[in-house]
Design a binder for this molecule. Structure first.
Ligand SMILES: [Zn+2]
Length: 503
């Protein structure tokens, strides 16, 4: 029978241990410097290398050449240990031997000196499963074992261990093995096994293994058989019940192009899959594209799609199809934004390039100009609405567009009281939005214009007297409010005094 890959490629030295650099470095140092404790605790996720490390460490302790970090592998101690038959290395699974009696018989064994090695080593797996009584019984021996005894306790759940056990052991934490380290290991094995593969397919295997190398290798065994020695993405997604990534890509494309028919087709097809895994697939695809800096999605779309997908995950209910529909439509809705972005960019370009154009073009632009510049104000307003509704309302109420020239947006403001405070506070945001959308040189110029009391203006017009014109004018100014001038009043003032002075 074919040997399982997880067993065939089980690490035999610390250097072969995958993804646990920190732990293996500390253990190697302890061995080489002979700073040995009498009890160790290895904690970490399943399949993260705890048991393998315990075995390597045990062998390093008993090797005739040792103890050192690189057991020879050839002495009789090493050979027996490698075959799993070393009489002084005792493995116990606390999940199935969790009672007081089991521990009592283990304690009994510690009383006899090792038969062939310098140490007698007890490896207790899943130690958190021991009953309280059993754990208590172990405490005393754990604290002061005979000097030839070493304990290596392993657990997936160190929080379940009594503090008294934790305090009597040297604790090593095994972290979840990184995906890329698992990938490298898989490629290495497949090359040695002479199996062809697509790299993308291996990613699916690694993801399904959830950080457990052992589980991933078990899946790899299955994959080699299922795909008849050629591991392709299509085969693996079929085996694992995943959606083919090319489908996901097409689905996203349909959404971005608002191709309703296509989206419906996909939604129907997706009903054959579990909605939660479809969402996971979509999240994964988006994440991969994001890190690959793909231009398939704009930054805004990334942000919105991530949000919609995570919301969809929370929405999952009995009716999976419904959740997917809602998700798809929210995405279609969210992708409208891209159009606004594009429009702004286009306008920006139009505004920026008027000068060196040929004569004809200039005329055209001249006609277009007021419209475009008015748009500059409206676009800015729209952007402010996107960012802060209240600020936008206030901006709309209390400012008026005057002109947009040479990257300067000129507005008048009659903001008073609360509006004034709000605008002052929000001015930085407004400025920032302006620069974001109209270039870094863009500026806002706010003009406060004077509003003239109309009745006074009328009487002034009737008794124009050059001598006291100045004093009259001063009086007029005193009563003037800081607000946008009324068109008529402005015109009238202009007729009397020429252009009104603007403050
Ligand atoms: Zn040896």
């Amino acid at each position: 029978m074919l040997q399982a890959l997880a067993i065939k490629y089980r690490p035999k030295t610390f250097d072969e241990l995958i993804g646990q650099k920190a732990v293996s470095a500390s253990l190697k140092y302890a061995l080489n410097s002979k700073r040995l404790a009498h009890a160790y605790l290895f904690s970490g996720l399943r399949g993260s290398g705890k048991t393998s490390s315990a075995r390597i460490f045990s062998r390093a302790l008993v090797c005739d050449e040792g103890p050192n970090a690189t057991p020879c592998g050839t002495c009789k101690q090493c050979v027996a240990a490698l075959e799993g038959k070393h009489i002084d290395i005792i493995e116990m699974d606390a999940a199935s031997n969790r009672g007081l009696e089991d521990i009592q018989s283990l304690i009994e064994q510690t009383k006899y000196a090792p038969s062939m090695a310098r140490f007698k080593i007890f490896i207790i797996d899943e130690v958190h499963m021991l009953t309280t009584q059993a754990a208590n019984a172990l405490l005393k021996t754990l604290e002061e074992p005979p000097n030839y005894v070493k304990f290596i306790l392993a657990t997936t759940d160190p929080l379940k261990l009594p503090a008294t056990v934790l305090s009597r052991t040297q604790h090593f934490r095994f972290k979840q093995i990184a995906q890329n380290e698992i990938l490298t290991h898989l490629k290495d094995i497949l090359n040695k096994e002479d199996v062809k593969f697509e790299e993308e397919a291996l990613k699916f295997l690694a993801r399904s293994g959830n950080g457990s190398l052992r589980d991933t290798l078990t899946l790899l065994d299955q994959a080699i058989i299922f795909s008849e020695n050629h591991i392709s993405t299509a085969k693996i997604t079929e085996m694992l019940g995943f959606l083919d990534p090319s489908k996901i890509k097409e689905f996203y494309r349909a959404i971005l192009h608002k191709d309703r028919e296509k989206v419906f087709e996909f939604l129907e097809e997706l009903q054959d899959y579990e909605a939660s895994s479809v969402i996971d697939e979509m999240l994964f695809y988006l994440k991969e594209s994001f890190f690959a800096r793909s231009e398939e999605f704009s930054t805004l779309i990334y942000e919105r799609f991530f949000r919609i997908l995570s919301r969809a995950k929370n929405l999952l209910c009995d009716d999976d199809g419904f959740t997917l529909c809602v998700m798809a439509f929210m995405m279609m809705e969210a992708s409208h934004l891209k159009e606004i972005d594009t429009q702004i960019n286009e306008l920006q370009n139009q505004i920026k390039t008027p000068t060196n154009e040929p004569q004809k073009e200039n005329i055209k632009l001249e006609i277009l100009k007021p419209q475009i510049s008015q748009n500059a104000y409206e676009l800015l307003l729209e952007k402010i609405y996107d960012r802060d509704y209240e600020l936008a309302e206030c901006f709309k109420q209390s400012t008026k567009f005057i002109a947009y020239e040479n990257e300067v947006l000129i507005i008048s403001s009659n903001a008073q009281g609360q509006n004034r405070t709000l605008l002052n506070q929000g001015f930085k945001i407004i400025q920032e939005l302006l620069r974001e959308n109209f270039g870094t040189n863009a500026k806002i110029e706010v003009r406060k214009e004077l509003v003239i009391d109309e009745s006074k203006l009328q009487s002034l017009k009737q008794n124009v007297n050059q001598n006291d014109l100045n004093s009259q004018f001063d009086e007029l100014r005193k009563d003037a409010k800081k607000a946008d001038p009324q068109g008529e009043a402005k015109e009238a003032l202009k007729q009397c005094f020429g252009d009104p002075r603007v403050e």
